[in-house]
Design a binder for this molecule. Structure first.
Ligand code: ATP
Ligand code: MG
Length: 414
């Protein structure tokens, strides 16, 4: 075969689409209950948007972006994440003026040139939320509760919430110095990437996946020692509000998240049955990003959840949509027009109608009706057309009855 999907990308086939739609419906419905509005932004943006916000020395920007130079010389990138595009849109359209508390959610594809493996693709999908305008802990908790609610609704078990606070400006600066002081003696044991990060962004070393680096950071100073009083009380409120909602969490001092723009609360939902790629959802507060990208200082918080990983651990309900479906068996060219008209009328009344367009024989159409699992077939042949009647066959019981054509919709709607 000449053309196949590109490495790390997948077709979502009809047999899987039910699960996707189920997940999407839950996201729309629950985000709606929390008063969030959907936002859709383009799949490509100015490269600078990502290098500036996500950070130059992150994996995403340094090696995972699909970027190219446009014919007019602009530098464009397929979006590797959606927070920066949503922030761009928030600033561009003055959304903060329209509503002092903007609550947005999104669903869409993202692109990262990573090594493909289970739960890791080059085109993948996320849903997420971004809220602009509140610096208070109840906003962090509402966002976490929303994610938690969606996972519960989807029947995802064995999922746990990890929580940390990486503080604000002063705290980050102090902790940065403390971490550099602690890590410098181990410099030669660190990977090349971490050695570089020691100078550019030492906090990111805490995010390492290399076992011997993990061992080293076991004894690293704790960020909680660098919290300001405000950071501390903010984080204590987040915790007590979560407890008040009966949302269990574990504190994780090393949870700094991969991207540069976070402040204070950071969190991650991990699913025990996913193996190595266990992070289902990551998020937190990012009070400086709007200003960094040229907007008015605006506190913000949000999360992004990986849909492929959620689907791997989601309990799917049976694919019965409860709709009555009918197979319209039509026999011969002479009845085509009438068959199409009948199908349209039934469909306008909310009934699912399958209709043969391959001009197959009666037996083949019956076989198809059974394969599709329809319970009733309507048979229209030349004889029926002449008498303005059709046969209705109960495919389970095998019984058949004749009814007047103009009674058909009524017959099925009851
Ligand atoms: P990881 O540590 O697994 O690489 P990340 O920190 O890069 O995750 P985020 O950028 O926070 O992930 O994205 C949020 C979520 O999106 C992740 O928790 C994960 O569920 C999902 N995700 C990230 N990258 C991929 C990918 N390449 N393929 C599928 N899902 C992904
Ligand atoms: Mg990653």
């Amino acid at each position: 075969m000449a053309y196949r999907t590109i490495k790390g990308t997948h077709d979502i086939l009809p047999e899987e689409i039910h699960r996707w739609q189920q997940l999407e419906n839950v996201v729309h419905s629950i985000a709606g209950h929390y008063g969030y509005n959907e936002i859709r932004t383009p799949v490509f943006e100015d490269t600078g948007l990502f290098s500036k916000s996500v950070g130059k020395d992150t994996d995403i920007v340094s090696k995972e972006m699909y970027s190219w130079e446009d014919r007019s010389g602009g530098h464009l990138t397929l979006r590797p994440e959606l927070t920066a595009p949503v922030v761009r849109s928030f600033i561009q359209h003055n959304l903060g003026v329209r509503s002092p508390l903007q609550k947005l959610y999104y669903i869409g594809p993202l692109f990262r040139r990573e090594r493909p493996q289970k739960g890791r693709q080059r085109q993948f999908h996320q849903f997420g939320v971004e809220v602009f305008g509140s610096e208070h802990p109840e906003q962090d908790v509402e966002v976490i509760a929303l994610a938690h609610h969606i996972f519960k609704e989807l029947g995802i078990k064995d999922i746990s919430l990890k929580l940390n606070s990486i503080g604000s400006g002063d705290c980050r600066r102090n902790y940065r110095s403390a971490l550099i002081k602690f890590l410098t003696p181990f410099k030669d044991d660190l990977s090349e990437t971490s050695q570089k990060r020691l100078e550019t962004n030492p906090l990111r070393i805490l995010d390492t996946k290399i076992p011997h680096e993990k061992e080293i950071i076991q004894n690293a100073p704790s960020i909680s020692d660098s919290w300001t009083d405000e950071d501390k009380s903010h984080f204590e409120s987040v915790q007590s509000l979560l407890s008040g909602l009966n949302i269990p969490y574990e504190l994780d001092e090393h949870l700094v998240r991969g991207l540069d723009y976070y402040t204070r609360t950071t969190f991650e939902f991990v699913s025990e049955d996913l193996g190595a790629q266990d992070a289902v959802c990551g998020g937190g507060r990012y009070d400086n990003l709007v200003e960094m990208l040229g907007g008015r200082p605006t506190p913000a918080t949000g999360f992004a959840a990986g849909m492929e990983r959620i689907l791997l651990s989601m309990v799917t309900s049976e694919q019965t949509d409860g709709r009555e479906s009918i197979y319209l068996i039509n026999l011969g060219k002479a009845v085509t027009m009438k068959a199409l008209q009948m199908a349209q009328e039934l469909r306008s009344n909310g009934i699912t109608v399958y209709m043969d367009t391959k001009r197959r024989r009666l037996k083949a159409q019956l076989r198809e009706a059974n394969r599709l699992g329809t319970k009733k077939a309507v048979i229209l042949g030349e004889e029926e057309l002449k008498n303005n009647r059709v046969q209705v066959k109960d495919l389970l019981k095998g019984e058949q009855e004749e009814i007047a054509m103009d009674q058909l919709a009524k017959y099925f709607i009851v």
